[in-house]
Design a protein around this ligand. Sequence first.
Ligand SMILES: NC(=O)c1ccc[n+]([C@@H]2O[C@H](COP(=O)([O-])OP(=O)(O)OC[C@H]3O[C@@H](n4cnc5c(N)ncnc54)[C@H](OP(=O)(O)O)[C@@H]3O)[C@@H](O)[C@H]2O)c1
Length: 243
Amino acid sequence: MGFVMIIGAKSDIAKSLARKYADHGYDLYLAARNSSEMKDFASDIHIRSKKKVKCIELDILNRPSHQKFYDDLEEKPLGVITAVGYLGDQLKAQNEIGEAEKIIHTNFTGLVSILNIIAGDFEKRKSGFIIGISSVAGDRGRKSNYLYGASKAAFTTYLSGLRNRLFGSNITVLTVKPGYVATKMTQGMDLPKILTAQSDEAAEDILKAQLKGKDIIYTKWMWKWIAMIIRKIPERIFKGMSL
Ligand SMILES: NC(=O)c1ccc[n+]([C@@H]2O[C@H](COP(=O)([O-])OP(=O)(O)OC[C@H]3O[C@@H](n4cnc5c(N)ncnc54)[C@H](OP(=O)(O)O)[C@@H]3O)[C@@H](O)[C@H]2O)c1
């Protein structure tokens, strides 16, 4: 069928997506930093699915490397999924611009850099799909994680503009807004079970939505309604709340 590229492929959600897209008939580019650590995982998928699985090195923060990274691919992908994310340390980010920048560049600027290149190629070819994993945290800023939330809000808006730009070129852009997902990122947090998806559930929601050509999804589904309520709380009340 051809390749799907997963950027940030060592993420737990990405790993579930990799298995699902291979089962669905796609070859895989698994792009990650220290990508050689994924060799066993890649060969396991290859053995089970008989699909080609290539691990490739990509640091989303190393923006000058992105053009060559893409140019070097022998076969360009049919679709791309971004799963890179960095929650960071909100308190540190309030006091140290270095931490704030790392959050912003990992969740936004770095992804803009690589997606600009890929979107340009897809646009020329007039085909492709792009899936960006953003977050409900981007729907409203909260004191506990507003640097992460702000970078996700920027990413959500970027994906919205990309969808609008690429609509006439036969390219779909799916924005994914997870609520809580049990992954490395949320390890050690006391998350409400009913509101927390497993990586596999999130990946299943994402695959189904992409196949249906959807624009925006929340996972778990109930986060759509939770986010709507949170967005509707008047600012004069919201500013005094601890969420
Ligand atoms: N888990 C949640 O509750 C939740 C909620 C909303 C949104 N999300 C989003 O879902 C996506 C997937 O996250 P996850 O939950 O699966 O968490 P995760 O397992 O921690 O995955 C995040 C991935 O981002 C990668 N990454 C960070 N900086 C990078 C860089 N400079 N270059 C390349 N890769 C880099 C990490 O690579 P290393 O493995 O090398 O560190 C890691 O594999 C993220 O966009 C996250 O923001 C998650």
